[in-house]
Design a protein around this ligand. Structure first.
Ligand SMILES: [Zn+2]
Length: 254
């Protein structure tokens, strides 16, 4: 047994019994790990903030190679997301982003870029004006870091670069131009060239430098929906907050 120190972002948590909390945390140093916070529910001194998704904390715990979860000895909250607790849209967005990271990363697989993407994604939630754009931006970079991002610069069938309207093949998430549409079986709805530009811009520019008002929220939301279905299918997972987020975001178009 060895004492370790980590900084991490809480991805999910559940109460383990009457007194304890069980949290899945993305650590900066060791990737995703499970931790037990003993007696947290009954403690008057320690707050439950550590069990909230999106909380960033440093903590000291006993590491044991043969164990699947580690008991935390002490923790120190660095940042929390309690300031968004009255805004459903932001809460669903937070749950969506942390769920994406939790479901697509393996245990003990340290990836500094994914840690930084997660931290930056969460940091942008309180002031977010275009939640669907932030979600797609986050997903595109997550796919890139996971090595499964297709090349959106060209149609996957004819390799044409200056295609305008396009569909996405739901099997591999690659773009297919309108001229090639009969070559594929399962496709998303059609997207206009502004969505192609949004994808390319998201991958090239910093989040804060993009003019989101140029890209229609309704189309970006459709893209978000297609991307999430693809990820669920690719990893054989279910991103539970997806339905809540998408129905909350699409409410304004009804
Ligand atoms: Zn084509």
């Amino acid at each position: 047994m060895e004492i370790q120190k980590s900084t991490g972002i809480v991805l999910s948590s559940r109460s383990a019994n009457e007194a304890d909390y069980f949290c899945t945390i993305l650590t900066k140093e060791f990737g995703k790990r499970d931790f037990v916070f003993k007696g947290l529910r009954k403690s008057k001194k320690r707050s439950l903030v550590i069990s909230e998704p999106g909380t960033v904390a440093s903590f000291v715990y006993y590491f044991h190679e043969d164990k699947k979860s580690y008991i935390v000895n002490e923790h120190n909250i660095i940042k929390h997301m309690l300031n968004i607790k009255d805004d459903l849209k932001k809460i669903y967005l937070l749950y969506f982003l942390v769920s994406l990271v939790e479901k697509t990363t393996g245990y003990n697989d340290c990836n500094k870029s994914i840690f930084e993407l997660t931290a930056a994604g969460i940091d942008n939630i309180p002031a977010v004006k275009y939640p669907e754009h932030l979600s797609v931006f986050f997903l595109l970079h997550l796919l890139r870091m996971q090595g499964i991002l297709p090349d959106f610069n060209r149609c996957k069938i004819c390799a044409k670069e200056n295609y305008k309207g396009f569909f996405i093949d739901t099997n591999d998430f690659q773009p297919v131009c309108i001229g090639c549409i009969n070559s594929i079986k399962n496709k998303t709805i059609s997207f206009g060239s502004s969505i192609k530009n949004y994808i390319i811009e998201s991958l090239k520019k910093k989040y804060s430098l993009i003019d989101y008002s140029l890209y229609s929220s309704a189309s970006v939301l459709n893209l978000l929906f297609s991307m999430t279905l693809f990820i669920e299918d690719y990893y054989h997972i279910k991103i539970k907050p997806k339905d809540l987020l998408i129905s909350e975001l699409s409410a304004k178009y009804k």
